[in-house]
Design a protein around this ligand. Structure first.
Ligand code: HEC
Length: 106
């Protein structure tokens, strides 16, 4: 029994075992707002539809959140993004930032 416990500890603590359990990052489910409001410009893949629309996919979550917040309060100026971000709640901005950050950059 004692040997058994030592063996189990060794397996659990081994670096190979730890690597096997590393989760593969998966994109988060598409939030309703991203599909309904952001997609016409940024697409649900987070790749901007034309050269003036930035890619959001794979950007850092804090960066995305800070930009949304800046549009929201008017600190970063852009006519369309201001209208879009004006009515977003803090929770929605966090959710959208987390979603786009989780997407592959392609
Ligand atoms: C009408 C088109 C349009 C829609 C709809 C739109 N965006 Fe944007 N978005 C833009 C443009 C254009 C920019 C670039 C602004 C600039 O040049 O400063 C931008 C910039 C951003 C940025 C900053 C990216 C960076 O790299 O700095 C974020 C974050 C963002 N949008 C998120 C969103 C989210 C989330 C939604 C939906 C709630 C949304 N946008 C809806 C056109 C749009």
């Amino acid at each position: 029994m004692r040997h058994c416990l030592i063996f189990m500890c060794a397996v659990i603590a081994s670096p190979i075992g730890a690597q096997e359990r590393l989760p593969v990052p998966e994109p988060l489910p598409v939030p309703e707002l991203a599909a309904g409001v952001c997609a016409p410009c940024h697409t649900v893949d987070g790749i901007g539809k034309d050269v003036e629309i930035p890619n959001l996919a794979g950007q850092h979550v804090i960066y995305l959140y800070n930009q949304l917040k800046a549009f929201h309060v008017g600190a970063r100026k852009h006519a369309e993004m201001k209208i879009i971000a004006r009515d977003l709640t803090d929770r929605e901005m966090r959710e959208l930032a987390a979603y786009y950050a989780s997407l592959p950059t392609h």
